[in-house]
Design a protein around this ligand. Structure first.
Ligand SMILES: *[C@@H]1O[C@H](CO)[C@@H](O)[C@H](O)[C@H]1NC(C)=O
Ligand SMILES: *[C@@H]1O[C@H](CO)[C@@H](O)[C@H](O)[C@H]1NC(C)=O
Ligand SMILES: *[C@@H]1O[C@H](CO)[C@@H](O)[C@H](O)[C@H]1NC(C)=O
Ligand SMILES: *[C@@H]1O[C@H](CO)[C@@H](O)[C@H](O)[C@H]1NC(C)=O
Length: 454
């Protein structure tokens, strides 16, 4: 008993002082798993069942919550992208201070600010890394932002450093780390997950040495740019584009296991089928999926929030299929098809994280979980599952069996056939995936702009 107590005490001690020990980063300090929750502040502007505010966050479900996003001025200093929402001045919503108050509900949660994101693009960060004045402004301004509002750390979402910026990126991270760690603040990054992205943008062992942990964006691996249906965050796949393939690459390149946080999407990527003769993976599509009813905007074509997908399955006769190879579901009705994650696939991803002793799970993003319990699995069913298994250390897997239609052998066969047939085509199209895609964030940001204007 006493031994256990001392062990616990020293774990707490080590956790609190892990910053001071950061030079020994390869020591796996503690076994604590992280549940990293990204919060899209603009969900304030959604309507009806989709409206989500900072007060809806349940901070006890997460170890870290990332407030997204802040931007930067041309001179390298931080800026609010939506002063009305972020600040309380001029009758604003005061989101930042409300966010920091979440600490009262969970004193151990780390509350962080993210700068960057897909819609911001990478150009401003390219300017910053190559100009010493901007670099200095950026570093001092980030520190000021954290101290002024009492954030626990900074999450850097540069999408993405270019090949010739790899070294400059590491230098910037090193300088940021020195300043932030000296002030007791955390430094994390979000990174593109695939091996092709990593080869271009990251010197993996070096960036891993400079940050507290790495949020691996293991989603959007397939989408309308493939011009056929595909699972966007498959645990496994036959085409080297899966969570497992990304994780194996990052580990093989020297990323410490405990610093790797696996991204899990709480949204689906949707498609309009060219034909309803077959609903298999790899079927030709005519367009992005139609915008749903929850986000209520044509700009959200191609994306459905998890809460709307489960609602559609429960109430609108969408048929759910569990893809056996990918270990991830999809659902369809008429000419609409969506790939997404649910309790069953997330439970398997959590098994994977635990069995490989990785750092934890990251969720993009919490406001599309079924926070209002409209589907009957409780509030925040997906985050709650991660909380139970990674934070409460309940080792037992739920073994969610697929009770839905069509989880037949047929499925696995069809999947592998399609992959073989189309592998050449896929390679060709991989290159343009980052350019012609209306990514989720970008779409939502546009929606937000419209909402502000109207
Ligand atoms: C950077 O630009 C912003 C906005 O124009 C300005 O408010 C701020 O004072 C500038 N900071 C520095 C260090 O130049
Ligand atoms: C660096 O940025 C500063 C501030 O924007 C600018 O005045 C200066 O010309 C830039 N230096 C270079 C070498 O581009
Ligand atoms: C799933 O089952 C339904 C009804 O049993 C059937 O109409 C549909 O074609 C099946 N879907 C697939 C992908 O096999
Ligand atoms: C399969 O789908 C059909 C029609 O959509 C439905 O009536 C049936 O209950 C479903 N079966 C299961 C096991 O969910």
């Amino acid at each position: 008993m006493k031994v256990v107590f001392i062990a616990l005490l020293s774990l707490i001690f080590l956790e609190n002082f892990s910053i001071a020990l950061s030079e020994n980063e390869d020591n796996e300090i503690g076994d604590d798993k992280k549940v990293v929750c990204y919060f899209g502040s603009w969900s304030y502007y959604r309507l009806g069942k989709a409206k989500f505010t900072v007060d809806d966050i349940e901070p006890q479900l997460c170890t870290h919550i990332m407030y997204t996003f802040f931007g930067v001025h041309d001179n390298g200093t931080y800026k609010s992208l939506d002063p009305y929402l972020d600040y309380s001045e001029n009758d604003g919503q005061g989101y930042v201070s409300k966010f920091i108050k979440l600490k009262e509900k969970n004193p151990s949660v780390k509350l962080m600010i993210s700068i960057g994101g897909w819609s911001m693009g990478g150009e401003m960060f390219s300017n910053i890394v190559s100009n010493s004045t901007l670099r200095k402004n950026f570093i001092l301004s980030v520190l000021d932002l954290l101290q002024k509002f009492n954030f626990d750390g900074f999450d850097f979402d540069w999408e993405y450093p270019k090949e010739d910026e790899k070294e400059k990126f590491i230098k910037l991270l090193k300088n940021l780390k020195n300043k932030l760690h000296a002030a007791g603040k955390l430094l994390t990054i979000a990174v593109g997950a695939t091996s092709s992205r990593a080869q271009e943008s990251y010197d993996i062992p070096k960036i891993a040495a400079e940050v507290d942990f790495i949020n691996l964006m293991t989603y959007d691996l397939h989408g309308i740019w493939d011009r056929k249906t595909g699972i966007h965050s498959p645990l496994y796949a036959n085409d080297q584009l899966s969570v497992d393939d990304c994780v194996k690459y990052w580990l093989a390149q020297g990323c410490p296991k405990h610093k790797l946080i696996i991204g899990i999407p709480l949204y689906g990527r949707s498609f309009s089928l060219s034909s309803t003769k077959s609903y298999r993976i790899g079927q030709p599509i005519s367009a992005a999926g139609k915008a749903g009813n929850f986000l209520k905007s044509a700009d959200t074509a191609g994306n459905l929030p998890y809460n709307e997908i489960c609602f559609n399955i429960n109430n609108k006769k969408w048929i759910r299929v569990f893809a056996k190879t990918e270990k991830t579901p999809y659902a369809y009705k008429k000419d609409q098809w969506v790939s997404y994650d649910d309790l069953q696939s997330i439970d398997l991803k959590l098994d994977y994280i635990l069995s490989k002793n990785l750092g934890g799970a990251m969720f993009w993003s919490i406001e599309t979980d079924d926070f209002g319990n409209i589907c009957g699995d409780g509030k925040f069913p997906l985050l709650s599952l991660a909380h139970r298994r990674l934070i409460l250390n309940d080792e037992s897997s739920e073994n969610f069996e697929s009770t839905e239609n069509n989880s037949s052998d047929d499925e696995e066969e069809s999947t592998s056939d399609e992959c073989e047939e189309s592998s050449e085509e896929e390679e060709e199209e991989e290159n343009d995936r980052n350019f012609n895609v209306p990514f989720f964030i970008q779409i939502i940001q546009k929606y937000k702009q419209r909402a502000i204007k109207s």
